[in-house]
Design a protein around this ligand. Structure first.
Ligand SMILES: Nc1nc2c(ncn2[C@@H]2O[C@H](COP(=O)(O)OP(=O)(O)OP(=O)(O)O)[C@@H](O)[C@H]2O)c(=O)[nH]1
Ligand SMILES: [Zn+2]
Length: 351
């Protein structure tokens, strides 16, 4: 079945359903959020849109407001207004940096989170564990990318160091972000109807990889590219790019503060939690109590000290955030959210 022209147009912004929603209003996707409003794209062009008054109500759960990646309905006025947000299939959240606890949506309707780490000084398994913990529960799947594999580094050694710290089904690719062949390698994650978000610390190669993925068509597809509109608006926080491969990539400039939200399960460390359950004392602090299964595993080498340290750090942060979240929810009953479970989020570098 071939797409109608309207569907074909919407494919550019990552619309994947075979049909259009049964609604006469204009459909668009949020590609960027500015201080002064939103930038949306309808598959043909990008333009600014304001949120409807209902989204600005005080006390509204911020997660109900339009976010980058959302499909939205616009009214037909000459100054477009976002009237409704369509149900989200995934939501990536982080705890906002700062004094007050706040969950912040990074992106919605994402299929894959590309976690990019350079195999140079940037390489840090603990940080990769943090990213994976944040993706957990978001509805998106992580893909670990080890960049700068062409720079004479010990790729196999790095993969061997990382493998025991990742789930068995984790996808890991060593890449050269400058090499056009990388486009084919990542094609399974970036095809038509797919949306991916690219995260990684500064210098990891996010811009380089983005440019390679945009390839020759960078300027031609510039319609969805919104980085360059900085002059006209205030800061562009995030931008959604339409790739020649057919998928959409969300670039997250400055995405460095990656704090847990308190809702993570720490699934990545399930084995550690199983071990801890085997300690002789139920309230074992895993220090020097007799019969401590954690200490035994550390002594036998079954559990690596780095991984244990990172687990403790993430666990503590999760507990702290969960306590703050609970206090906040008690204080003020949240306005009912529109659907999907929200977990995952982002925060600072580890170790
Ligand atoms: N040889 C090689 N160099 C790379 C690769 N990826 C990135 N680089 C280089 O690493 C440097 C940093 O890359 P960027 O793409 O600017 O990194 P970034 O993640 O966008 O950094 P921020 O913009 O600060 O977030 C640049 O000099 C790139 O040319 C790679 O796979 N191979
Ligand atoms: Zn113990």
């Amino acid at each position: 079945m071939t797409d109608t022209p309207e569907l074909a147009r919407l494919r550019h912004i990552g619309w994947r359903d075979v049909a259009l929603p049964d609604d006469p209003r204009r459909l668009a996707r949020v590609v960027a959020q500015h201080r002064a409003g939103y930038e949306v794209h309808d598959g043909s062009s990008a333009f600014n849109a304001q949120p409807a008054g209902a989204f600005l109500k005080r006390g509204l759960d911020p997660s109900l407001r339009p976010a980058v990646g959302d499909f939205v309905f616009l009214d037909h006025a000459s100054h477009p207004v976002i009237e409704a947000v369509l149900p989200r299939r995934s939501v990536l959240t982080r705890a906002a940096a700062g004094e007050r606890y706040e969950r912040q949506i990074i992106a919605t309707n994402i299929d894959y989170v590309l976690v990019l780490t350079g195999l140079d000084g940037d390489f840090n398994p603990s940080r990769i564990e943090r990213y994976l913990t944040l993706v957990e529960g978001s509805g998106a799947r992580p893909v670990v990318l080890l960049g700068k594999a062409d720079t004479g580094v010990d790729v196999d050694g790095a993969i061997a160091a990382l493998a025991p710290r990742l789930p068995a089904d984790a996808v890991v690719h060593a890449i050269n972000a400058k090499d056009p062949a990388t486009v084919d390698l990542l094609a399974p994650y970036l095809g038509p109807g797919m949306s991916a978000v690219l995260v990684g610390s500064s210098g990891a190669g996010k811009s380089t990889l983005t440019n390679t993925l945009l390839g020759e068509e960078r300027m031609a597809t510039g319609a969805v590219r919104t980085h360059d509109s900085r002059g006209r608006h205030t800061t562009t926080h995030r931008a959604l790019l339409s790739l020649p491969a057919g998928g959409c990539l969300i670039d997250t400039p400055g995405m460095r503060e990656l704090k847990l939200t308190g809702e993570e399960n720490l699934d990545l460390f399930a084995d550690i939690e199983t071990l801890a359950a085997q300690c002789r004392f139920a309230d074992c602090s895993h220090g020097n109590e007799p019969g401590c299964a954690i200490q035994a595993a550390l002594a036998s080498g079954e559990l690596s000290p780095q991984r244990w340290r990172n687990y403790l750090k993430l666990h503590e942060e999760r507990e702290e955030q969960a306590a703050t979240l609970e206090a906040r929810l008690k204080r003020k009953p949240a306005v009912k959210p529109g659907g999907k479970p929200r977990r995952g989020g982002w925060s600072r570098d580890d170790d």
